[in-house]
Design a binder for this molecule. Structure first.
Ligand code: ATP
Length: 231
């Protein structure tokens, strides 16, 4: 698993006085890493640090030794990112074309490209929809397509920002099972705490600070206590 090294990171967005992340240091090597915390606590910003979408004002972030500030291109090859809203990353008219688009930088043409696309669609239960317009998929199917299009690029690390928020129970379970079966390292942000069962490590953010870093049960209890104290 790649080593994610977040060192002394603080970050404020332009036009905001209060930092969104404050002095976050964490070294991650585990296969399944959860990130939880209240709305606005800095989780998405933390996730965006990991693929260089956000470069921190202070501190450094490296993935497998590649600094997101200096070597963003290499980091983006290593880190696949799934947004909460799959419409934000589905870019091509049909399901198969969207997956093929993700492979545009690979030296794959003709039948080899088609075979690769079909294989990934089959793995995600989308093979029957290959030639359908992507925008006509259901929310869950779109989420699956977004995941498929990222995974086909074979990232070493997959960052998932609330991938089940919009989904019904069945599709949420589908995504959870799929994520559980992935060989890749996964950083999963979620408000659905049951998704973290079996995770190796869970980080809790509160007002931009990393306030707990533990096994799922301990981290979730810490988060619940925090939320109870705020009511
Ligand atoms: N691009 C941006 N420009 C300015 N402010 C931003 C930007 N992105 C996030 N913020 C602010 O940073 C703070 C933390 O946001 P962030 O999205 O990291 O939180 P979060 O923990 O992921 O929240 P949620 O659970 O609601 O998704 C919020 O106050 C938000 O308004």
């Amino acid at each position: 698993m790649p080593l994610i090294d977040v060192d002394g990171v603080s970050h404020a967005y332009p036009a905001q006085r209060r930092p969104v992340l404050q002095d976050v240091t964490v070294h991650l090597t585990e296969r399944r890493i959860g990130v939880i915390g209240a709305n606005g606590s800095g989780k998405s910003t933390f996730a965006r640090l990991l693929n260089g979408l956000v470069v921190p004002q202070t501190g450094t972030v490296t993935v497998d030794g590649h600094d997101t500030r200096r070597d963003g291109r290499r980091v983006r090859q290593l880190v696949g990112f799934c947004f909460t809203d799959p419409d934000a990353q589905i870019v091509m008219p049909t399901v198969a074309e969207d997956v093929a688009f993700s492979l545009r930088r690979r030296d794959l043409r003709g039948q080899r490209l088609e075979d690769r696309v079909r294989a990934v669609l089959a793995r995600f239960g989308l093979d029957a929809h290959a030639d359908h317009p992507a925008h006509l998929l259901s929310g869950g199917q779109k989420q699956l397509l977004a995941l498929a299009s990222v995974l086909v690029t074979e990232p070493a690390l997959l960052v998932l920002d609330e991938p089940t928020t919009l989904l019904d129970l069945r599709n949420a379970a589908l995504i959870a099972d799929l994520v559980a079966g992935l060989a890749e390292q996964v950083v999963l942000l979620t408000h659905q705490l049951e998704l973290l069962d079996g995770f190796d490590r869970v980080l809790v953010f509160d007002e931009g600070r990393l306030v707990a870093d533990a096994d799922p049960a301990t981290a979730v209890e810490h988060y619940r206590r925090l939320m109870r104290a705020r009511r």
